[in-house]
Design a protein around this ligand. Structure first.
Ligand SMILES: Cc1cc2nc3c(=O)[nH]c(=O)nc-3n(C[C@H](O)[C@H](O)[C@H](O)COP(=O)(O)O)c2cc1C
Length: 361
């Protein structure tokens, strides 16, 4: 029976264990969204993960509305990512680039005052983080049928850039209420064309985008992240039990290597709405490739689910943020550092690359 500490081959990737680092935005790039050298130190010290999923990385200026988050659309950004991927490889690790278009939750401040784009003309509730503090989200402009191929091309180009930067593959960020999720869910997708209405139509953007990514990275280096949980950023669906297994089935048909999910857990994830409805078993049946789960799992819970065949790997977010040597700590049952929320998105090394390792024995 596999445990977290056993290797696994996922597509073209040979992971030394089944402990993934979940993607986490940390805001340590420049204001121009160029990665910085401290990011190499941060990721390299977490290279004992079987696989690192990078922080969400903007595929285009249009898609990135997070202060100091990195992008991967320019040559300068690609050059700055290279030493980061290299530093992870030098420590024997693997890293995928999580590709991000935030859709309607890009504040106009990031767009020279223009409206953000989304599946439909909706407005997210609440406030955006901007360089000038929190500001209410703006109403989005619906992407026209003529715009959609251009956005998908941005994903394809970003994948080319990620592979040139030395990433081991890419993960499409289709979770957490961002652009792909906005197309998936009927609360944010009210289109009446081929990209809206039925579940089949709402899956179209996900499928076309995944195909574009796979055409560059190959299926064996392509992952998708879904979040079959309650609304994130107000992005809701009326029938998730139908939508997400259908999405998993469609991704299975494409043959992607890894489906990673921030799944709903009763009392499990204090960052998204909790729900008692568990879509994981249906998704497991629908998707035959490797399935990784995320959200506040303990090592014991994860090992029990690996043993029962409920999943193939687990992604850890806040625990990895606070414990650069998380696999070793989990294996030894060592105490864990707790994560300091105040420095999640702050600048500099404090609360970033200065969490203590276990003392060397
Ligand atoms: C600081 C922080 C940043 C995050 N940024 C991202 C992100 O860029 N992309 C993403 O898909 N999820 C992001 N998440 C969600 C995490 O990947 C993960 O789903 C969440 O923290 C729950 O898992 P955990 O209980 O292991 O922390 C972020 C979470 C935190 C705490």
């Amino acid at each position: 029976m596999p445990t977290l500490f056993d290797p696994i081959t996922i597509g073209n990737l040979h992971l030394k264990n089944r402990i993934l680092m979940a993607p986490m935005t940390r805001g340590r790039a420049t204001r121009e969204h160029v990665p910085t050298p401290i990011m190499a130190a941060y990721y390299a010290e977490r290279a004992s993960a079987g696989l690192i999923l990078s922080e969400a990385t903007g595929i285009s200026q249009e898609g990135l509305g997070w202060p100091y988050a990195p992008g991967i659309w320019s040559g300068e950004q690609v050059r700055a990512w290279r030493p980061i991927a290299q530093a992870v490889h030098d420590k024997g690790g693997l890293i995928l680039c999580q590709l991000w278009h935030m859709g309607r939750v890009v504040h106009p401040e990031f767009l020279d005052g223009a409206a953000p784009v989304s599946a439909s003309a909706t407005q997210a509730p609440g406030d955006a983080h901007t360089y000038a503090g929190k500001k209410p989200y703006a109403r989005a402009r619906a992407l026209g049928l003529g715009d959609i191929p251009r956005v998908i091309e941005d994903y394809r180009r970003a994948t080319i850039n990620a592979m040139e930067a030395g990433f081991d593959g890419v993960q499409l960020h289709a979770a957490n209420g961002y652009l792909v999720d906005q197309f998936l869910r009927d609360g944010t997708n009210t289109r009446i064309d081929a990209y809206g209405g039925s579940i089949e139509n709402r899956l179209r953007f996900l499928i076309e985008t995944t195909k574009a990514i796979m055409s560059v990275a190959g299926a064996g280096r392509t992952s998708v992240r879904l979040s079959p949980n309650d609304a994130s950023e107000g992005c809701a669906d009326s029938a998730m039990g139908a939508l997400f297994p259908a999405a998993a089935r469609a991704l299975d048909g494409l043959g992607i290597a890894l489906l990673e999910m921030r799944n709903a857990r009763a009392g499990g994830d204090d960052y998204t709405g909790n729900t008692d409805e568990d879509h994981v078993p249906a998704i497991r049946r629908a998707f035959k490739g490797a399935l990784a789960l995320n959200s506040n799992y303990t090592a014991a819970e994860a090992n029990a689910m690996l043993a029962s065949g409920a999943a193939d790997a687990f992604a850890f977010g806040r625990r990895f943020l606070a414990n650069p040597d998380l696999p070793r700590r989990l294996k030894d049952g060592a105490p864990l550092n707790s994560a300091d929320e105040a420095t999640f998105y702050s600048q500099g090394e404090a609360g970033y690359s200065d969490y203590p390792h276990l003392a060397e024995r």
